[in-house]
Ligand binder design. Structure first.
Ligand SMILES: Nc1ncnc2c1ncn2[C@@H]1O[C@H](COP(=O)(O)OP(=O)(O)OP(=O)(O)O)[C@@H](O)[C@H]1O
Length: 771
């Protein structure tokens, strides 16, 4: 037997032993789960028998409530334990499929012999001797696997650094408990395996990279210490992948105090959210809260505005042909994206503490109960030193008092008596019971009962008014915001202030918030009302962070004051370049406290040929290194317009014949995307993707570049790569982003002179065909 065969056999024997332990453990978990299940069923059945129900006296009611609560808590506890066992079982199932993917033999400096450490997606102990059969990839010792080649190595535990030597580093491919392959590897983790993984076809769902995390990516995943972690990474360098691994790592590291609800992931669009939705479950973790900033705003803004999406803004900027509207819009974007405008809002808030707050009358039965003037006077009579949110709290308290006075005042009115007749049977029964309990004097029973009914009517009629007060509906937030542009002049007005004021006022009057106005409005609303901050969010992960305007990011910092943040992005893909000044990824300025920046330069997505073509026209000076995976050179087809449909058909067929499945026709705008769809609709089957598309399908897709952000395809076709389409510096990021979505093939069609960006790539990096 050769030594390779022997190694293979020994490792397979170990896999069999581990599989046996997994099965044993699974059996125990199933037994425990079914016993809990039975007790849950029993508990549900006996729920009311085990609760002492007695509502005779107020004390009894309290006791009954406590008893119900206790019983309900017991039930929840049991159900939660059942849920946990269920998760454990799912993880065991995954382990059984592939118990581990890596091994290192590590000899600590204080020891004589190395110890083999097997690494998988979750830990497993030998129940007999308490030894680790598998170490979780997130355990401190597992970092050795990702960080070092055989030789001297070290890792940090909670209290110390352990030094030693790695004597072996091995990678496994195990499927259904059978060892399919093993390689002893060097510095980076299995170039061979990585080649294989990266060479596969694109998937409609992103996959975890746990088996092949690279050293630089591992730094991101395990980073500790700074409140802000900023990752600048080349297109396809694994930012999103590392971010999701990091989330799983944080959930493991802080499993006692951190749950999925404490982490929020801000993604660039809903399509992307669905694209990454599988990764955490694949790692055995629950999904965290995922939202887009737009979706978040729509839930948070308290006025019925229509909020433009960032894509609508982008489409407008790129397609609006009227010079005048374009220019006032660009002025507005410049002003509202900038931190200077935040200072304007802060100054305006100070001003509002002295005058101009806008209130709304509280009316009752068509009459003013408390006028806006009264509220105004009360508000401005309060101590100057108090903040606006504090004053508003006092106003709300005062209003509730006034409303209660009015309730008492209304009790004897005729309308109240009339309404008592509309009360239902239960109300009457309740009033009767109360009278029976409370009155000794039987002569006044009817009067007493009527009083109770009157109180019920008044309480019910005033309830919605009180609710509105509690929700601060007495403040006209949007109108107060509008005054900023109509009745107030900042000390240092932003550039083009007059034009901006009339543009903003017109939109506010139409209940419309352009995208650049949404973050300023939400910030204003928060400052004004002191809306409780989202304290529950402890970690915030922002992907495609280069696309956030400085004000947008400041607004996020304000809303999530307790959150540690990981910001990931690529300045080369800053498609909203027109609002990139002071972007948190580019400028460290907006960071309030210390931060760490990590740069990823290696690009894993595309073949070497595609990367070598795109790197020369990448928008910034950030370094990009191609991963060494071979493919065909990108193809530039020059032809007449009439042949467009035919060319798309031919190219799609060629790509498919080469085994490529997901082919994206990436356009500059939605408008171009509609145009291409119109041309192709009778000749070939495709899916057109727009902002409302919730998941990424396979096949031929047509989409604008801003919706292709963050995702990847087997092949990309740029349907119009001419100079007319991509020429300005703002177009450069769009063109670069579109090209870098391609994993295996890139085809560009130009019916005119090709875009100057293509010409920036050396001639030998692409093929050019005249058709
Ligand atoms: N360590 C790795 N092992 C295996 N695959 C990897 C690794 N790192 C990245 N990849 C693969 O490279 C591709 C790009 O990764 P990802 O989408 O995370 O990059 P990105 O930096 O977010 O890209 P972009 O900014 O262009 O959207 C994915 O297919 C991902 O699975």
């Amino acid at each position: 037997m050769t030594s390779t065969n022997h190694t293979h056999e020994t490792e397979q024997q170990r896999i069999d032993r581990v599989t046996y332990h997994i099965d044993q453990k699974a059996k125990k978990v199933i037994d425990r789960a079914s016993s809990i299940k039975e007790s849950v069923i029993q508990l549900r059945k006996d729920f009311w028998e085990d609760v002492t129900v007695n509502i005779d006296e107020p004390d009894d009611v309290i006791e009954t409530q406590a008893s119900i609560k206790q019983q309900a808590e017991l039930l929840t506890q049991k159900e939660q334990s059942h849920g946990k066992l269920d998760d454990e079982l799912k993880t065991l199932k995954r382990l059984r499929e592939s118990p581990y993917f890596g091994r290192i033999d590590f000899r600590e400096d204080t020891e004589q012999t190395p110890e083999p450490i097997y690494i998988g997606i979750s830990s497993l102990m030998d129940s007999n001797d308490g030894d680790f059969l598998i170490y979780d990839w997130r355990a401190p010792i597992s970092s050795l696997y990702y960080d070092y080649a055989p030789g001297e190595a070290q890792y940090d535990t909670m209290d110390e650094t352990i030094n030693g030597e790695i004597t072996l580093k091995r990678q496994f491919i195990i499927r259904e408990s059978i060892l399919k392959g093993l390689f002893d590897t060097g510095v980076t983790i299995g170039d061979r395996l990585l080649q294989e993984i990266l060479g596969a076809n694109a998937s409609t769902k992103m996959k975890s990279i746990v088996t092949t995390i690279q050293k630089e990516q591992n730094k991101i995943i395990r980073h500790k210490g700074h409140p802000y972690l900023i990752v600048q990474g080349a297109a396809g360098s694994g930012k999103t992948s590392a971010a999701l691994q990091r989330v799983a790592y944080l959930m493991y590291q802080h499993r006692d105090i951190l749950s999925a609800e404490n982490i929020v992931l801000l993604s660039p669009n809903p399509l992307f959210s669905s694209y990454i939705a599988n990764v955490l479950p694949e790692l055995g973790e629950t999904n965290v809260r995922q939202t887009t900033f737009h979706e978040y705003m729509e839930n948070e803004v308290n006025h019925p505005f229509t909020i433009e999406s960032p894509f609508e803004q982008m489409e407008y900027v790129m397609t609006e042909t009227k010079q005048e509207s374009q220019s006032s819009r660009m002025k507005n974007i410049d002003c509202k994206s900038n931190l200077h405008f935040k200072h304007v809002i802060d100054a305006y808030i100070n001003h509002l503490n002295k005058q101009d707050m806008q209130f709304r009358n509280i009316t009752f039965r068509d009459e003013i109960l408390i006028s806006k003037q009264q509220m105004h006077d009360y508000f401005y009579s309060l101590d100057d030193a108090l903040s606006i949110p504090n004053k508003l709290e006092l106003v709300a308290g005062w209003l509730l008092q006034e409303i209660r006075k009015q309730e008492r005042h209304e009790l004897d009115k005729d309308w109240v008596f009339e309404k008592t007749e509309l009360l239902n049977k239960e109300d009457y029964q309740d009033a009767f019971d109360q009278v029976q309990k409370q009155t000794e004097d039987k002569t006044n029973e009817t009067v007493h009962e009527e009083n109770i009914l009157r109180k019920k009517v008044v309480k019910r009629v005033f309830a919605p008014i009180k609710k509105k007060v509690n929700n601060y509906a007495f403040i006209r937030t949007a109108a107060t915001y509008q005054m900023l542009f109509t009745h107030w002049t900042p000390d240092k007005s932003p550039e083009n202030w007059e034009a901006i004021c009339s543009f903003t006022t017109a939109n506010l009057e139409n209940n419309f918030l352009p995208w650049e106005d949404a973050a300023p409005y939400l910030y204003f609303q928060h400052c004004l009302l002191g809306t409780p901050h989202d304290q529950s969010v402890r970690y915030l992960v922002i992907d495609e962070a280069q696309d956030y305007a400085a004000f947008g990011f400041a607004c996020i910092q304000h809303i999530f004051p307790n959150a540690r943040m990981t910001l990931l992005g690529d300045v080369n893909q800053a498609i909203y370049r027109y609002m990139a000044d002071d972007n948190p990824l580019i400028e460290a300025g907006p960071m309030r406290s210390s931060y760490k920046k990590i740069t990823l330069t290696k690009s894993y997505r595309s073949t070497k040929q595609i990367s070598e073509f795109t790197i020369p026209f990448s928008p910034s000076n950030e370094r990009v290194e191609p991963f060494n995976r071979e493919g065909n050179k990108p193809l530039l087809i020059r032809q007449n317009k009439e042949h467009f449909t035919e060319t798309i058909m031919t190219e799609t067929n060629n790509l498919r014949q080469n085994g490529l499945e997901t082919i994206g026709i990436i356009c500059k705008t939605q408008a171009e995307s509609h145009h291409v769809a119109e041309l192709l609709k009778d000749t070939i089957a495709f899916t057109q993707i727009d902002e409302s598309t919730g998941h990424l399908p396979k096949g031929l897709l047509i989409l604008p570049v801003y919706l292709a952000k963050g995702i990847e395809m087997d092949a990309v076709i740029i349907p119009d790569a001419s100079k007319n389409k991509y020429t300005s510096e703002a177009d450069r990021t769009l063109f670069y982003t579109a090209c870098t979505r391609a994993m295996h093939a890139l085809v560009m069609i130009s019916t005119d002179e090709p875009s100057p960006f293509i010409k920036e790539a050396p001639q030998e990096t692409y093929l050019e065909e005249e058709r």
